[in-house]
Design a protein around this ligand. Structure first.
Ligand SMILES: [Zn+2]
Length: 123
């Protein structure tokens, strides 16, 4: 089993690119420089910050998380953890987390002790 995974980042000028990060590291959530222009880029779709608020994007939910899925070997642990914190999000066998609402995503991030690094939502 690999210790790294590829995550997507999106440069407004040069499109989506892959970054390989270690599982569970901050790099999973951080912005990464575009290979072409060096601009720090966030995750695609909802994270670029210059797009419509999530609530106005059609078909955004349910959403499989870009926000801190876990290694497949940690799926049961994460499920248990979320249950304890009353977070009703579905953890897929792949280690990704599926949310059906924005509140659920927030609760999940709280439960995992993370802040949304991109911030910018005023709700
Ligand atoms: Zn670029």
């Amino acid at each position: 089993m690999s210790d790294t995974k590829a995550v997507d980042r999106h440069c407004p000028e040069h499109g989506t690119f892959d970054v390989t990060v270690k599982w569970g590291s901050d790099a999973t959530f951080a912005k990464h420089p575009c290979p072409t222009c060096g601009r720090k880029c966030g995750r695609p779709r909802i994270e670029t910050g210059n797009e419509l608020p999530m609530t106005q994007l059609p078909g955004t939910w349910p959403q499989t998380s870009f926000f801190g899925g876990v290694h497949p070997s940690q799926v049961n642990e994460l499920r248990e953890h979320l249950r304890k914190h009353g977070v009703n999000a579905e953890v897929l066998p792949s280690g990704d987390v599926k949310f059906t609402s924005r509140g659920q995503r927030r609760a999940y991030l709280r439960a995992r002790g993370m802040v949304d690094l991109d911030g910018g939502y005023s709700d």
